[in-house]
Design a protein around this ligand. Structure first.
Ligand SMILES: [Zn+2]
Length: 347
């Protein structure tokens, strides 16, 4: 399986060198060689076309949501799946990502129904404004873990949408897309509201589409990674969404087991601290393994497409996230710097 950028520039860090540059072969110059190369290219294109799963690719959009998560999955057979719909960096200041970004995006794309809404765990940067979401778009089914079912029970019940509790070992299918639930382990009792245990208990989704794989582990931290490694169900993936917004360096063996081509950090301007909080250990581990790092704070929305054989990616920088408080400050500054019209006194 070959992964490549569908367009745009190469990423700043961790990009694999091109195959032609690395093997050092001289370019084709003779007519026969050129003919052979053309024939090979046509053969590869025909093979790809005949074995691809559908004309339309599977699309996975990771929204630039600041320190929050929202991933939209569109299956070629028409199903639309949303994994998380967080509130953005400054929810307590009135930022509402569902109203400000997701619902307008759905309207622009003609999305009137979300067939399945998965919530990774019961933290505000993942479940967002459930009432606004349910009011703005029809939701077919909600999937949660035991903790979210308990802590968000009344909010979820108010939507009137049926819901199912998922845990490790379950599988959900949408057309030719299979979603394996790799975590959390089944439990009868919900965990107390906290940070570490609730994060490590996130719903962990593995998308399988043809031969391509995406791992979406919610906010699992090092403890959750260790458990997933121990359980032994992990394998190679094309795309790894970094656990807990890329805030920690993964445990030993995590990247070696997954061997991702792309890693995505859904990170932002963390609580107004303008610091780069993707740790150096993580950056160097990705660089060592030649994993292409994509970050929603710098790259905007990240959009993957899979035809079942290969994954391509594009970055939509126009959608870089601006927290509501920063947008308000910019507006105020712009209005202050605008020259005032001179008052003309009538004679
Ligand atoms: Zn989070």
């Amino acid at each position: 399986m070959i992964a490549f950028f569908a367009g745009g520039r190469r990423p700043r860090s961790g990009a694999a060198p091109s195959r032609r540059a690395s093997d050092g072969r001289a370019p084709y110059t003779q007519p026969m060689q050129r003919f052979a190369r053309l024939t090979l290219a046509i053969a590869i294109a025909c093979t790809t076309a005949s074995t691809a799963l559908a004309d339309e690719p599977l699309r996975v959009r990771i929204f630039a949501a600041g320190h929050a998560d929202a991933t939209l999955i569109r299956v070629p057979s028409g199903e639309v799946i949303l994994f998380d719909a967080g509130r953005g960096d400054a929810s307590w200041l009135g930022d509402n990502l569902v109203k400000r970004r997701l619902l307008p995006f759905f309207r622009a794309q003609g999305i009137k129904r979300i067939d399945a809404f998965f919530i990774s765990h019961a933290h505000w940067d993942h479940f967002g404004d459930i009432a606004a979401l349910a009011a703005g778009v029809r939701i077919g089914h909600i999937y949660v873990n035991r903790d979210s079912d308990h802590h968000l029970g009344s909010e979820l019940a108010a939507t009137g949408v049926p819901r199912t509790i998922l845990a490790r070992g379950k599988t959900v299918r949408f057309g030719k897309l299979t979603i394996d639930i790799l975590g959390p382990p089944p439990s009868r009792r919900p965990r107390r509201m906290s940070i570490g245990p609730i994060n490590n208990n996130s719903l962990v989704l593995r998308l399988r589409y043809g031969r391509t794989r995406f791992l979406l582990p919610g906010d699992v931290m090092r403890g959750g990674e260790r458990r997933l490694l121990r359980e032994g169900r992990l394998g190679r993936v094309d795309v790894l969404k970094l656990g807990h917004h890329g805030l920690h360096t993964p445990v030993k063996g995590w990247l070696a087991r997954l061997r991702p081509k792309f890693a995505v950090a859904s990170c932002g301007d963390k609580w107004r601290q303008r610091v780069d909080y993707v740790p150096r250990g993580l950056l160097s581990a990705l660089r060592r393994r030649r994993v292409t790092l994509l970050r929603t704070d710098r790259d905007g929305d990240i959009v993957f497409a899979s035809d079942g054989r290969q994954v391509t990616v594009r970055r939509e920088r126009a959608h870089r996230y601006v927290p509501a408080w920063l947008a308000a400050r910019r507006r105020a500054r712009a209005s202050r710097s605008r020259p005032r019209r001179a008052k003309v006194r009538r004679q």
